[in-house]
Design a protein around this ligand. Structure first.
Ligand code: ADP
Ligand code: ZN
Ligand code: ZN
Length: 753
């Protein structure tokens, strides 16, 4: 009997076996989507293996095959299927749930969502009218010729398609569609759909610039690897403004020349409208931009068009790594050092690491681009696993901005009376305004005041569900908010502990900084960019106003540090560089350094030179000293030496076992149990002294309580990946032994400790 082994979206590590009915035998392939019954449920799964043999007792048949259309079949290309299996093995994640990362949304659910959303075209979201073509269920009565046949096949494969798309490909599409409609083979409709903000305004086509010598060298090296079909990882290290994006564009062109597709991963797609605009300017509107604002139907259409090879470039945040791009030739990871490439829930994969893996499976090229390469990437270069490409200067020969330190230990309050807007920063703002240039001030705390403290007993107002202080937000009714669980409460009249009415605001948030600056510089137009003001669309608006010079001073959280290219910004101020340095994490210095260099890179990208002021109480910290000199290599050298010394990544592998439960003792006991399992497994695994798996903990997580659950963790560390894996497998097997209601997770190569 012919059997199909199917990965189903359930948390089980193994595929399920089904009999392939004769009517489907010829068409069920590896990577096919199939409908199966499991208990009383019907589920869509993916065929991961086929085999002949004795059927297991009570084997059930496959119910149906989806995506029967040749251009969409099998649903997952071979390379993607192999990659997902590797990913599942690496992260000890259930194969069926891993497959789901790459599957399109299911049509029926989509159809329903579509009907809802069409009537719900929200206020404020501009709508567009499109005429679309849909295939009917009727079968052809007579032979069709030429374009009509091709269009019908296309619409049947892809689903609802805008008429304008068809016209781009077939000259007389309009007439052909009319004919098909008269034969009852298709129907057309005019629909109003929410405009995709990334395509809202037209992008005039650009003229590719002449490459600088380092850009040309990088492009050649990439094209050579593509031509050789040799899986190669490149680290593209280019200072901010050096023209890395231009290299990505050329690499995509090189991949296209070989009829291969590309994936471009960016940290946060909502923050990169400008990058998308540059891709559209080069390639037109035929790029798939995968973002959270897509309607389910649009998402499905995008998936199908990529799978069919009709679109060959996909841009998106980390999940775009799973796009079914046909004949994948290139994966670009822009700002590869960015922590957002790590998924922090469900399957905790790292998109940068996995991009390298998928590129390998597809014999493709992977480009890891950054002005501040991660230590992991640098380590790959040093161990011969990645090739380094360097863009040492800014593309248009602008100087790097001058960076100065403001030593807050020696600084009295500035003219505003607030120490955190020091005199040098105040003067620099005045000079910037006088020159009609723009300033960006970076402060990593949103809200008005990060804490409210009782002056009588010293107690902080804390979240009832999390072990964190509540932030005071002034606008929208003076409320306290938890930034972790979104709990909200009116400003309290008394201290919860001692009933004293004297509660004092503590610390500076972006909201207060904005208010203080507006008062100090009444003639200036001050705006703010952080999670409180920015949902997808407003980011665009704020950046647009910035570009149009309708804002003089922009205050914001790390949202302002991303790769924006704002030519009139000449001053960047970092209000408090120490905040990032004090995190309880072995990567704190690296992260702070990245942040400082990235935000500094926003200054002086146009014709006028830039200036950066970094305010700090620890001016001698290596992260600050090296950021001051733009000396990325020296910082990397030093930080690598430190990591080697203490045996942290990239010189070892780390995994966390995370445990949480509403009751502290239950969580701790469960964690203790798993720690004991890990210790015994580590002991049994043996090994040389430095490869031996170290088990640290159980210990309370840095955020000890979150959403009413107490959190504990164990850290496992080893220089030997296989040994660490063996230990983790023992923990994985023991996860079922913990008390009911305890949640456990294994986090391999964690980014957040
Ligand atoms: P990065 O991504 O490295 O920060 P960008 O790709 O944004 O840098 O490039 C910075 C600026 O330089 C952009 O305005 C870009 O259009 C311009 N640029 C890039 N390459 C060239 C080139 N070869 N010649 C002229 N201008 C260029
Ligand atoms: Zn009190
Ligand atoms: Zn909370």
């Amino acid at each position: 009997m012919l059997l199909a082994h199917v990965a189903l979206p359930v948390p089980m590590p193994h595929p399920y076996s089904y009999a392939i009915p004769a009517r489907l035998a010829a068409r069920v392939a590896l990577g096919s989507r199939v409908l199966c019954s499991l208990g009383s449920r019907r589920l869509v799964g993916v065929v991961v293996a086929k085999g002949e043999g004795d059927p297991p007792p009570k084997v059930k048949p496959l119910l149906d095959l989806l995506d029967d259309e040749p251009s969409l079949s099998p649903a997952l290309p071979e390379e993607l299927l192999a990659f997902l299996r590797d990913l599942s093995a690496y992260y000890l994640a259930p194969i069926g749930e891993v497959m789901r990362l790459a599957l399109p949304p299911i049509e029926r659910a989509v159809a329903r969502a579509l009907e809802d959303s069409l009537f719900e075209t929200k206020k404020g979201i501009s709508a567009r009218k499109v005429q679309t073509v849909i295939a009917t269920d009727s079968v052809e009565a007579k032979a069709l010729g030429g374009q009509a046949a091709a269009i019908l096949a296309h619409v049947r494969a892809i689903g609802e398609t805008p008429l304008t798309r068809l016209e781009e490909r077939w000259k007389s599409a309009r007439a052909a569609v009319k004919k098909l409609a008269s034969l009852g083979l298709v129907t057309t409709s005019t629909r109003e759909v929410a405009a995709d903000s990334f395509f809202a305004s037209p992008a005039p086509r650009d003229v590719p610039p002449e490459l600088t010598a380092p850009q040309a060298a990088a492009t050649e090296a990439i094209a050579a690897s593509l031509a050789a079909k040799a899986a190669t990882t490149f680290s593209l290290h280019g200072v901010t403004g050096s023209g890395k994006t231009e290299v990505y564009l050329r690499a995509i062109v090189a991949a296209r020349a070989q009829r291969r597709g590309s994936i471009v991963l960016v940290p946060e797609i909502a923050l990169t409208p400008q990058l998308v605009a540059r891709f559209r300017a080069r390639f037109g509107d035929d790029v798939a931009v995968l973002h959270s604002g897509l309607l389910p139907r649009e998402r499905l259409a995008m998936w199908k068009r990529l799978r069919a090879g009709e679109l060959d470039v996909a841009i998106g945040a980390r999940s775009a790594l799973f796009a079914p791009v046909r004949d994948l030739g290139l994966i670009v990871v822009d700002e590869e050092h960015d922590p957002s490439f790590k998924q922090e829930e469900g399957i905790r994969y790292h998109a940068r690491d996995m991009a390298i893996l998928r590129a390998h499976r597809a014999s493709a090229v992977c480009i890891l681009g950054s002005a501040t390469p991660s230590l992991e990437t640098e380590h790959l270069c040093r161990t011969g696993k990645a090739k380094k490409l360097v863009l040492p200067d800014r593309a248009r020969a602008q100087a790097m901005p001058a960076v100065e330190i403001v030593d807050l230990r020696r600084m009295g309050p500035g003219p505003t009376g607030d120490k955190r807007i020091s005199l040098p920063l105040h003067r620099a703002l005045e000079a910037t305004l006088a020159a009609r240039a723009q300033a960006i001030l970076f402060l990593n705390r949103r809200g008005f005041s990060p804490a409210v403290r009782c002056e009588a007993c010293g107690e902080l107002c804390a979240c009832p569900s999390c072990s964190v202080a509540l932030t005071f937000h002034k606008r929208h009714g003076e409320r306290l908010r938890c930034h972790y669980c979104d709990y909200e409460t009116p400003f309290p009249e008394r201290c919860a502990k001692c009933q004293s009415p004297s509660l004092a605001l503590e610390g500076l948030g972006t909201e207060k900084l904005e208010e203080t600056l507006s008062a100090a510089f009444p003639e200036a137009r001050v705006a703010r960019l952080d999670r409180d003001v920015a949902t997808g669309r407003t980011v665009d608006t704020v950046l647009g106003r910035m570009r149009a010079r309708e804002i003089d001073i922009l205050v914001g959280t790390q949202m302002v540090t991303k790769g924006h290219d704002l030519p009139h910004v000449t001053l960047v101020g970092v209000i408090n560089a120490d905040a990032a340095l004090s995190l309880p994490d072995f990567r704190a210095a690296e992260r702070a350094f990245h942040l400082l260099v990235q935000v500094a890179g926003r200054a002086g990208r146009g014709d006028a030179p830039g200036r950066v002021l970094i305010q700090t109480y620890t001016p001698d910290h290596p992260a600050i000293v090296h950021a001051l000199r733009h000396d990325v290599n020296a910082f990397i050298e030093r930080e690598l030496a430190d990591r080697r010394e203490v045996g942290y990544p990239p010189y070892s592998r780390v995994a966390l076992v995370r445990v949480d439960h509403p009751e502290e003792s239950v969580a701790r006991d469960a964690c203790t149990l798993l720690a004991e399992v890990a210790r015994q497994a580590a002991e049994a695994a043996g090994g040389e002294a430095d490869a031996r798996v170290q088990v640290l903990g159980p210990a309370a997580a840095p955020l000890a309580r979150l959403r009413q659950r107490f959190r504990f963790r164990i850290m496992l560390r080893s220089s030997d990946r296989a040994m660490l894996r063996r230990t983790l497998l023992a923990v994985e097997r023991a996860r079922g032994q913990v008390a009911r209601g305890v949640r456990t997770a294994i986090d391999i190569d964690p980014v957040q400790l």
